[in-house]
Design a protein around this ligand. Sequence first.
Ligand code: ISL
Length: 569
Amino acid sequence: REDAPWWTGAVVYQIYPRSFQDSDGDGVGDLRGVLQRVDHLAWLGVDVVWFSPLYRSPQDDNGYDISDYQDVDPVFGTLEDLDEVVAALHARGIKVVMDLVVNHTSDEHPWFVESRSSVGSPKRDWYWWRPARPGMAPGTPGAEPTNWGSFFSGPAWELDEATGEYYLHLFSRKQPDLNWENPQVREAVYAMMRWWLDRGVDGFRMDVINLISKHVDDHGELSDAPAGDGRLAPQGAGSTNGPRLHEYLQEMHREVFAGRRAGLLLVGETPGATVDDAVLFSDPARGELDMVFTFEHVGLDHGPGGKFDPVPLDLRELKATMARWQAGLQDVGWNALYWDNHDQPRIVSRFGDDGAYRRESATMLATVLHLHRGTPYVYQGEELGMTNAGFTSLDDYRDIESLRHAHDARAAGHVSDEQLLAGLAAASRDNARTPVQWDAGPHAGFTTGEPWLPVTANHTHVNAEAERADPASVLHHYRRLHALRHEDEVVRLGDFTLLLPDHPHVYAFTRALGDDALLVLGNFSGEEQRAEVGDGWGELVLGNVPEPAVVRDGAVTLSPWEALVLRRA
Ligand code: ISL
């Protein structure tokens, strides 16, 4: 137990800088704004802050399109401001993790500007340039070098008129993919990473890191992925978990992290990774990453038409999925636990009830997640029980994925405007990106100017100031969960066992370590629910309602959205 890495007892807090706190009235959050809120983070008891990209960027994808890896975008401040923020957080014992976006750069990055300048450019091979399909004229539909689809709609290839070749972009056309096959690219990335560690940051959250190795054949060529009927191949086909991925990660580890101070955090974002993949990524003996973000549990409410065509969650599927990941990483590796991030709709609006039971369901969801085995990630505003944005007009949306989807859906004409708006209201990434609700005042205390994205109307009662004053609030509940992880070895390290897999509304599991054990229950419904949990449960560790349920004759009746944590008697 003493050997367990520090992050088994840590909570990570994600800041999306654009929406956290504005200090200069331009309506966009910034680093000096973060300085104003360091007390909030310290009081909340988080151990690490992960910053979504702060780097210089044209902001086509809100900073996930980087034009200079070693500078801060002026909209957020300066490198000196960042140094101050890092120092202020370190002074409170909070580590700082940077987003690392190295599957792609911005098309305005000097590397790409050089690469696109001519077919003979020394950096031509730093990106994926390919001619049109044999026998087809560049620019004609279907002439793209492969059938790969972009994550943001349409083909993953863009024709560059000047040289007559296409370049690969798995995301927007302003995000060309780097060619990791080229050793110079890898060395440039590693050098940049070392520069950040030398500057004092404590690790990286690696954006779509399992897309960096493309599926090339023996001749270095890319080819069509199975699509069935001539349409675009699914997103990520041809590039997910490619053949050299583990080799690259191990090389990165040797080149960047070997011999560094203890206490770094390396977390990968890995859409499409399976449990078996995650074991490989997070097995300490392999020298790759500490943990990865999985996507299976946040795909369970995607319908036949994808994320913008949501279906109701079947709790049994959620339990089965989470339990499979818990079991798969029990002996080797580690889980990253999350409900929310800057790409996902708000969990209280998604799996909870953001109306009458907002407080209860937000605290229940938090309890269930944080009591799993793994490192919990809290996304800004989640600790307040912030809800989805509730936008009713297309004009409110700013997110490139949402706008591209809306454009394509309208062009294809297969959904009504009403359906389109309903899909966006449920699943748009902008749901997570509305400004943090600090107080009941104008623009929720986020800015003195016009916020870049509308503030949610419920900030008059859902806000940090009001919740700080209310011990029963979502905010206080998160603080208790963080303290519990810091203090309780069973929460950190106990084995996970799912109970009642077939109960349609109750999430139930135990955590056990030596003689100690916890029972965790969550009612995922607005009705009372009875659950058979057996006898032998004693002390109340945590609840979320004024009169917590009690186990009698081996059964318990939970009130709507109740969460209950009991210790073995
Ligand atoms: O949000 C998604 C779909 O709705 C995901 O597919 C997402 O695009 C994917 O998880 C990758 O996300 C990361 O890389 C993107 C960036 O837009 C996201 O914000 C980032 O989290 C490209 O850098």
